[in-house]
Design a protein around this ligand. Structure first.
Ligand SMILES: Nc1ncnc2c1ncn2[C@@H]1O[C@H](COP(=O)(O)OP(=O)(O)OP(=O)(O)O)[C@@H](O)[C@H]1O
Ligand SMILES: [Mg+2]
Length: 343
């Protein structure tokens, strides 16, 4: 196993790198959480790499890809004759991992009955193969990951609370890329080197325009999405298509999953447009309006659009509109006159 490189200069990535070293040799289950593509598997591999288990296997089980019964035989194996079709003994991943690490990816997708079984194995540290009675010791270190919120799943009755506390003794949350945009440059630099080495892809310069888009974008697919865009750029050697795609996806409504405290794409799009306009003025050498002027104009534009929209919705019932907008009727009339707005 080559050393997994967790690239980034953000404080959160720095903290994750430290945490990995601190808990690598602690024999407690680790739960890695975060959106799709943030680097959960990478963190899991780094944990294994920095532990004394490095020379032992690192085995991954994708719990989302397997139906319940198959997860059981995948994890614990079965004896010959345990069920029809079990024509020979098969060792499960826990057994095969030996003193290595077992990575339970998408653990939130394990069906409830299997959750009970898993909890029992984690508590007893031993298990029989399906259809067997000999107990096998579990010496593997368990690392779990999920991109769904297990606390919500518990509330919905879809995840066992006791299993959650059992696996969550050490948790490593990996924040989405949009909350650590300072990592963009080091990641780009890193992928550029990797693509050259692994695919013989020559680097292609990233235009200022594309870089600005990268900084404004909300990255719903996180680092994996960045990796894909870069790979395409280096193959196509032209960024028009990619720029259009990012711009379009910034104009789409925000997926619920992506809404958080971080910047919103809709706002990002407004900010991006504003900075582009400002840049155009600077480039043209025209004299720059004062910030106050810019703000007043922007406020007026937004207000006008909202007023028009609300009034249309209520068929120009001004009292109703004032109520919705939480302004007095008089203020509304004044604004309509001032903006010269009529049905
Ligand atoms: N900090 C990082 N430094 C370098 N590469 C990274 C980093 N974060 C993610 N990557 C790369 O991005 C890709 C996606 O990462 P990974 O598969 O670990 O994400 P994940 O969180 O497991 O995603 P999913 O939930 O979709 O399975 C991988 O190629 C990984 O190597
Ligand atoms: Mg993954």
């Amino acid at each position: 196993m080559t050393e997994p490189q967790i690239i980034g200069i953000s404080p959160s990535i720095e903290k994750i790198r430290q945490l990995i070293r601190r808990v690598a040799d602690v024999n407690l289950t680790v739960l890695i959480t975060g959106e799709s593509g943030v680097g959960k598997e990478l963190v899991a591999r780094a944990l294994h790499y920095h532990s004394r288990r490095r020379e032992q296997p690192f085995l991954k089980v994708n719990c989302a890809a397997l139906p319940g019964e198959l997860i059981e035989s995948e994890l614990f194996g079965y004896e010959k004759g345990a069920f029809t079709g079990a024509d020979r003994l098969k060792r499960g991943k826990f057994e095969a991992a030996g003193e290595g690490s077992i990575f339970l990816d998408e653990i939130g997708e394990i069906p409830l009955p299997m959750q009970a079984k898993l909890l029992q194995v984690l508590q007893d540290m031993k298990f029989p193969r399906i259809g067997g009675n000999q107990e096998i010791q579990n010496r593997a270190r368990v690392i779990a990951a999920t991109n769904i919120n297990l606390e919500t799943e518990i509330q919905r009755g879809r995840f066992r609370e006791d299993l959650y506390y059992r696996i969550n003794t050490i948790s490593i949350p990996v924040p989405p890329l949009r909350e650590r945009k300072e990592d963009l440059e080091p990641l780009i630099h890193f992928f550029t080197k990797v693509f050259k080495k692994e695919h013989g892809l020559d680097p292609y310069p990233i235009s200022d325009r594309l870089m600005k888009l990268f900084r404004a974008y909300h990255w719903p697919g996180n680092v994996r999405e960045l990796e894909n865009y870069l790979k395409r750029l280096f193959v196509l050697r032209n960024s028009d298509e990619i720029e259009t795609e990012i711009q379009q996806s910034m104009e789409e409504p925000i997926p619920e999953r992506v809404q958080g405290n971080g910047p919103r794409p809709a706002e990002d799009a407004i900010v991006l447009k504003a900075t582009q306009e400002v840049q155009a003025i600077i480039d043209s050498g025209r004299s720059f309006p004062s910030l106050k002027e810019i703000r007043d104009r922007a406020v007026e534009r937004v207000e006008r659009a909202i007023l028009e929209y609300v009034l249309r919705e209520v068929n120009w019932n001004r009292r109703e509109a004032a109520k919705i907008l939480k302004i007095s009727y008089r203020t509304l009339l004044y604004k309509l006159k001032d903006m010269d707005l009529r049905p």
